[in-house]
Write a new protein. Sequence first.
Length: 70
Amino acid sequence: MTQEEILSILGPVDDDFVAELMATGASAEELREAWSWLHSDDALMGQGRALPGSRVAELIDLLETHDEDE
């Protein structure tokens, strides 16, 4: 996942957070999925989607922590 992909998904975030996300080894698609779960988990569960995998769950935790710090 590149910095450009992260910024296109999340909007403006600081470089330290970008580096933290990149260090997970996750793909841009996994970040999109994590963002979707975090912002509309009821809708995703209603669609019968499986619960997020471990990498997506890690991204969700990072995104939640970042949101709380903001």
